[in-house]
Design a protein around this ligand. Sequence first.
Ligand code: ZN
Length: 401
Amino acid sequence: MSFDGLVDRREESQNGNGTSNGVVRPSYSDRRLRLNPNTNHKPESYEDMKLEFDPTVYSSLERHLPPSMLAVGREAKVQFMKEILARYLPEGERTRVQRHREYREKIMSNYEPLHRELYNIHPTTFFVPSFIKAIGDNTIESFRSIISEPSPGIFTFSMLQPSFCELLLSEVENFEKWVHDTKFRIMRPNTMNKYGAVLDDFGLEAMLDKLMDEFICPMSKAFFGEVGGSSLDSHHGFVVEYGKDRDAELGFHVDDSEVTLNVCLGKQFTGGELFFRGVRCDRHVNSPTQPEEFFEYSHVPGQAVLHRGRHRHGAWATTSGHRINLLLWCRSSVFRELKKYQKEFSTWCGECQREKKERQRQSLAATKLVAKSMQKWNLTSSLNSTKVTPESDQPKAHAYK
Ligand SMILES: [Zn+2]
């Protein structure tokens, strides 16, 4: 059996007016959505249709349709909603999403999972009891009782049961054997790893989504609120492999995530330490590392590392054996949208913080200078030498900045 990877299918014109067979479709571009949803209206189900967005998006949007559209057929409703949604996803991106969906469908309809019990979350067989208890208690104190923070913003804790690590490793091996046997061309997890597999592509997406929602979100809400940790809403889940005949090391980089969960699954190995070099925004991603920002971590199977995606890091070479890690890049669309309107990130970027402190230092120095000259002036121009403007009350000094 052999698959040819991706299908090159040209999409129909999306402007709603013309189709490839020359039939002119009605355009609804002059109609507008209702601001408030019609809560009495029962939307149709779109589960069976091949659409660009999740079917639930269409069901929710249907309640916002103008009254005249509620009585029309499902196809017409979809056409109208497609025109509206098209404004949110450019053509190139739509094609990419569509192709990726086809790619996944092709894998899932042909790949036979080995351990079905992995595809739904079973906390007691997946996680160690201390982790389940801390998440269940859901307080900062309970999280602190199981984690260490060996360097600011880097949290480590025991997470996965050894038996779960083994099952997942065996499932990944089975998937790779299938890829090899069928000569299926798979996409690698990211631009930096030539080995490894995207777990979301072969059926583990729903399980990992639940893992993020129910087990990682509570912690990231507590520790990474300022980088979208409270509003994580999508993920990219994959495994990476290091060692002989695999990737050796991982260069210095930041992740395409707000929060990254990195758990070692095994097996036996030496080397492969993670090194960290401080958190940076886009503008400062290449700025120097401060001495206190250097940190190295040695992987232990079953043990998780949780850090900001913008925490610069890399991995030293795995010098012997074979190392496989599970990665969950957790993202927040809200945070990404808000970030576009911000220029400065001193709540989390080490360099923005340093710049801010430097500005404050300079402004304080300027304030002191002004205060000094005022004092001199007061001494020479008035007998009342005690009336010096106190340092804490110097709004005027800022004008000299
Ligand atoms: Zn910055």
